[in-house]
Design a protein around this ligand. Structure first.
Ligand code: NCD
Length: 494
């Protein structure tokens, strides 16, 4: 074992989103994975006496088996509920109770669940660290580590690499986590969705807001080969593809070109990766034929411009990736699946603190860093019905970030989706009004005095009275500074 491999801050921590890992943590996980690849045997037996609990509320092959194999290669044990029909959930047990119970049996918990945000809720209740192995259509951070490691191994660097995320971008959790990671590492992302499977607006907004990404509409260019019917008819067809590149301060002036159509710039594919995904039928994506869907075949990749690309797929595949390309040296997806072992061994190693002098792993509380304003008041519901806050109402404690995107919205800190806060009420005056009026008031209404509501009925049932339509004109001083309420109370431009 090489003792010089990276030091992370991951001991005792839950990993719910890739955002929970600093660049240094990711580097450390990769360095340990490199060392595991080179010296696998020296890691055997290092986790003797430790137990990983794998709680899988959804089917899994790669993620569960590679986590379990990883733990066993480290010498630890595994307890598993891979068939939830055999667990107390069928008797109506809540996730919160299950993780409190299972947390007493193991040292680390790996969880996959049908609800968006379930892993965060689990981390809040579990006495041991929780690793998210996929929460609904939301995120899948450990798959992203496998994806990034594969890309890094093949292409050397992620910076400047062009990655075309193809297929079901709406419901594909691997796509969401990978997009955030690629933006962080300075890769360019091209979204190539199937018809009706576009990347959700909330993902795009988070990319813009948190990663300073610049988004513009593109022609498909060489990527039209992924759509046979487009290639046959019109090579320059504009299909929904969106190009993101990290926005350097000097590029800010370019934001005026957002929305314009420009040519996709990769000509020879020397730095292009195609990340292909299946339709997520279990999350409501139609099984087949409903419109165009990017598909890879030997034929679609025969052009010289694809000579040096790489092909990734989180697997399982259905019909979007032909087995004809399996033996092609550009195809990395089985390597990507195999990388699950060193990456997950490395993750368990770091989370269990096995590299530390004392392998004590007191669980650290799960905290999220957000750029903007927290909204922690009760009485506002996330509008995403698949969000765990709507599934486990007795245990979830809804938390939001206030964002302004034309209108005021509350971004759920469990599932990331945004719900309009159409009305705002002032807890001092007990009046409510359309929330855009907040921007006009001086003195600024203090955040602790603001309650958001989705509807007038919600405001009224909370005991607030509708302010007159002329409310803003009664204000002695209107805010004409051009700054909005959120700018003023956050103390910085959003
Ligand atoms: C993915 C998942 O479960 O989200 N599979 C995986 O973990 N490798 C992708 C998928 O199911 O399409």
């Amino acid at each position: 074992m090489n003792d010089n491999h990276g030091v992370s801050q991951l001991a005792g921590r839950s990993i719910i989103s890739l955002d929970d890992l600093s660049l240094n943590d990711i580097q450390a996980v990769f360095e340990t994975a490199d060392d595991i690849n080179a010296n696998m045997q020296s890691y055997f037996g290092k986790a003797t006496g430790k137990i990983a609990a794998t709680l899988f509320y959804e089917p899994s092959t790669r993620t569960r088996l590679s986590f379990e194999a990883a733990m066993q290669r480290l010498g630890g044990g595994v307890i598993s509920t891979w068939d939830v029909n055999a667990a107390s959930v069928v008797k109506g047990e809540s996730l919160a109770d299950t993780v409190r119970v299972v947390g007493a049996y193991g040292d680390v918990m790996v969880i996959r669940h049908t609800s968006d945000g379930a892993a965060k809720l689990a981390a809040e209740y579990s006495p041991i660290p929780v690793i998210n192995a996929g929460d609904g259509g939301h995120e899948h951070p450990t798959q992203t580590l496998c994806d990034l490691y594969t890309l890094r191994e093949h292409h050397g660097s992620l910076k400047g690499l062009n990655v075309a995320l193809c297929g079901d971008l709406q419901n594909g959790r691997t796509v969401h986590s990978l997009a955030f990671a690629l933006a962080r590492f300075g890769a360019n992302i091209i979204f190539v969705p199937g018809d009706g499977k576009e990347i959700p607006e909330y993902v795009l907004r988070r990319l813009k807001r948190s990663y300073n990404a610049h988004i513009q509409r593109e022609r498909l260019g060489i990527l039209s080969a992924l759509f046979e019917e487009v290639a046959r008819s019109d090579e320059s067809a504009t299909v929904d593809a969106i190009y993101i590149t990290p926005r350097e301060p000097h590029q800010l002036a370019m934001s005026s070109i957002e929305g314009t159509t420009v040519e996709f710039r990769v000509n020879n594919g020397e730095s292009l990766s195609l990340y292909v995904t299946r339709r997520q039928t279990e999350r409501g994506s139609g099984a087949s034929s409903g419109g165009r869907y990017p598909t890879l075949t030997a034929n679609s990749l025969k052009g010289i411009e694809f000579k040096n690309i790489s092909i990734l797929h989180p697997l399982p595949r259905v019909d979007e990736l032909s087995p004809e390309v399996d033996d092609d040296p550009r195809s990395l997806y089985f390597r990507q699946a195999a990388i699950g072992i060193p990456i997950r061994m490395s993750l368990l190693w770091h989370v269990l603190g096995l590299g530390d002098e004392t392998t004590v792993t007191t669980k650290k509380p799960y905290t999220q860093e957000i750029l903007g304003l927290f909204y922690l008041h009760s009485g506002f519901d996330c509008s995403n019905q698949m969000c765990i806050t709507n599934q486990e109402r007795r245990f979830a404690n809804p938390q939001f970030e206030v964002v302004k995107d034309g209108e005021y919205k509350l971004r759920c800190l469990y599932c990331d989706q945004e719900t309009p806060g159409t009305y705002a009420g002032n807890t001092e005056s007990k009046f409510y009004y359309p929330s855009e009026l907040l921007d006009r008031f001086l003195p600024t209404v203090r955040p602790e005095h603001v309650r958001f509501f989705q509807s007038q009925e919600a405001a009224e049932s909370a005991g607030f009275k509708r302010a007159s339509d002329k409310w803003d004109s009664y204000q002695s001083k209107a805010n004409d500074s051009g700054k909005d309420w959120l700018d003023m109370v956050s103390g910085s431009a959003q």
